[in-house]
Design a protein around this ligand. Sequence first.
Ligand SMILES: *[C@@H]1O[C@H](CO)[C@@H](O)[C@H](O)[C@H]1NC(C)=O
Ligand SMILES: *[C@@H]1O[C@H](CO)[C@@H](O)[C@H](O)[C@H]1NC(C)=O
Ligand SMILES: *[C@@H]1O[C@H](CO)[C@@H](O)[C@H](O)[C@H]1NC(C)=O
Ligand SMILES: *[C@@H]1O[C@H](CO)[C@@H](O)[C@H](O)[C@H]1NC(C)=O
Length: 873
Amino acid sequence: MSIFAYLPALPPFLFSTLVVSGLASKALHIGLHIRSLPFLHFVIYSPTLVLPDLLIITCGRVLLQYPAPETRLQWLSTCVGGFFALVTWGASAIQFGFFFQTGAEVAWTASNSFLSDPAAMKILLSGISTVSAAATVLALVAWLLHFQLYNITGRALEGIRDLCVSGYNSCKGNYQGRYTLLSAPSKSWINSVDIRSARRAAFIVAGCLSLLFLELVRPAIPYDHLSSALPLALLDAFNTKSSTLEGCRNPSKIFPLWTDVKPVPLAEGWSRPSWLPENMHDGFSRWDVHPDERGERDNPSWYLCSGGDDGGLYNPKSDPLKISNLGREIYDPLKQAFKEHSVAIDNVILLTLESGRKDMFPMQPDTPLFESLLASHPEENRDSAIDRLLSSTPIAQMLTGEHVRDSHGKLMDFSNATWKDTAQEGMGGLNVRGALTGSTLTFKSILGSHCGVNPLPVDMLEESLLEIYQPCLPQLFEAFNKAKDDAPESSIEPEKVLDRKSLTNQSESLKFPWKSVFMQSITDDYDRQDILNDHMGFKHKVVRSTLKDHESKYQAHGEEINYFGYAETELKPYIRDLFEEAAINKTRIFLSHVTSTTHHPWSTPEDFEMESYMGHEGTVNHDLMNNYINAARFVDNWLGDLMTMLDETGIANSTLVVIVGDHGQAFGEDNKDMTGTYNNPHISNFRVPLVFRHPHMPRVDITANATALSIIPTILDMLVQSKSLDSRDSEIASAVLPEYQGQSLIRPFASHVRENTGAHPDEVKHDDTANGQTKSVWNFGLINAGGSMLSVTAADLPYRLILPIKDDFEYVFTHLGEDPGEVSPSKSWSFSELVEEAGAKFGNEAATWLEDAEKVGKWYVNDQRRIWGYREA
Ligand SMILES: *[C@@H]1O[C@H](CO)[C@@H](O)[C@H](O)[C@H]1NC(C)=O
Ligand SMILES: *[C@@H]1O[C@H](CO)[C@@H](O)[C@H](O)[C@H]1NC(C)=O
Ligand SMILES: *[C@@H]1O[C@H](CO)[C@@H](O)[C@H](O)[C@H]1NC(C)=O
Ligand SMILES: *[C@@H]1O[C@H](CO)[C@@H](O)[C@H](O)[C@H]1NC(C)=O
């Protein structure tokens, strides 16, 4: 006896599941884009959007036979149909679950790499309850409708079939009766050819023809993307090629904006620099290997998007976007401090704050975010809400020097904070406002801060497979170590070394070897991070597996707090050991530490006391934001612990602490429609803190739209200027400093240069066409997962363009001066319409800028592939 005896309605139910899931997912898909579609076009082309679904429904109806399957063929077709129905159901549920959590759409192409990644699967699984809920609702609706759907489609198909058959037979005059390919309850509304059916047939043919016509004439963007239907869209998951807007079909090799940069072949005048230590390949191959000897790497056809003779290598002399500020004078107070030799930098710590938003570092009033945090509270509670919110990040206030005033206008009392700032009044170092991240995918962003490079505009961490095109910080420190191994003692000029303040012991310390260590309390096997760390030159690491391992010196005491691992506080004994090593063991340390508690789902350890920061006003659920602020306070406390350990081990006065956010984090309070970083270009994902803290460096407040690209040039410039390197190391540092793309922040930031003004004479050579032309610093940001959209901004103007890299996304324009929270962006599928709209709203400057931004953005996407030597698999 077959199972269908017990489940008589299984095939109709499966069919109904297929229909309901497919159509629901289609409705969601279109709903997400509907606001950016021209209404008339959408109405005209909408019938073509459901064509793939009709095809799937027809196939499903033919495959899923009722009553119960009997022959082998029927069994087979039921199984195939059932399989597709279940896959569609599952995929649709994931889509809805993902939408309810983030407001974004699942890109099945990117899921290709997601699905093969254990840690990424955990992210998906963390949303399992929403997904199950969506699945249940879909199944319920499918069950309620299964009888009607099955019969109605059956009859409709039967009607069409009969029309065709009868039309055919009437021509042959030989109608042989019905056959029963489709076994819906029969309703013989047609027995012979009559006028009515002929008319119907004509009607259907006309309908089909006009659909076909519409399908042929409709614009590919965005309607191809909009019409994609489950389960066909899933096939994209097997398609590893990402379709790049410009792609390699039409790469623009020539820089589109200014024309005075003549490409200088890398091989021209090449010789191995004398400052480069022997056997120093990692990170330095650009200087170490003759460009002509690079074998395959120099063969242009090896690259999919080869851009010329020096494809696959970065050449600062040919980089039209590079604007240097090294010719500018160092800020006066800093210059004074360096002159007095009062700034010693023996150690460098680079702290990457996971999801670290600038407007919460420290939490401060008068930001779009703060307004919406307050709006969650009823009027009468606002004062106490202000005080509670503003007191959530005391350490950040001390580190940045941005002290905020509470509702009574009073400065905060820091006596209960986890750290007491020992720097004198007016000391503390550099604090940057206006910094933006280079990518909202954490490890693409880290490439900027650790290696001074821009990431690849493709999904996920493909960079881990390639050579990083600049030396990363650990590699620079390794070069300093190597230089000392190579150099005979006598070659170190003692007089240069000795002009530091407290002579012997410090000058000796300049010869101590550097040790680079990477620490995070979570796993490093997410998306090849471990491989990337290796490539960046880290030889020592402490990560989740270290904390779990019984052989390790210290194991974690607490529970894991999120799907990646432990709270940062578990690292405490390791960090203390490292600081002590720096203090007593003739070692200079470079510590890179990435925080993690501020990652989704923002859980904190059990014993951490949660505060209630959010009210209940408004339509947004404020629980996530509340968890996030608590996690941010937890990390703020942790930063205090770190700073305290620096003080306790006695190395605080000789340690530079650099703090940067990997990216921000958009919440419902920023924008109701879309949250999170995935495929979400909102500006709140981009504004990050950037601090260079040193207790003996005068406090300098910098307002600049810099990026993490500035971190290495600034560190190198500081090391050289403060005489924290011996003469050989100083030579290396000075030689590589101008080769990085970013600017040094101990000098005024050049957001643009004009002919013959501002910039160093070496940097700008306007010989022919350019006549008083302005060159801006262009900042680019990749949206998580990397290959979908590019954020384009210029450091001297308040405009922002989101440039789609794949066909599935819209163009977005915002004016951050008028709309700092990006509440009402202009969106369009057509770039020319966007330019028109921007011009009408904000004038010609905006429209012209937008046109430039699109050209530079497209050029940049290709040029990044060229520099990285990226060839798609
Ligand atoms: C510091 O903590 C103590 C004990 O918890 C508390 O009584 C006091 O009010 C706190 N001070 C401030 C300024 O928050
Ligand atoms: C550039 O910096 C200014 C000043 O901090 C800021 O108002 C502006 O929003 C920044 N631009 C971008 C694109 O973030
Ligand atoms: C000091 O350095 C030596 C040799 O490099 C090493 O064996 C020892 O463990 C280090 N001690 C500390 C406290 O780091
Ligand atoms: C660090 O420098 C401050 C002066 O800024 C001084 O008071 C303090 O004693 C120094 N700490 C150490 C450990 O040398």
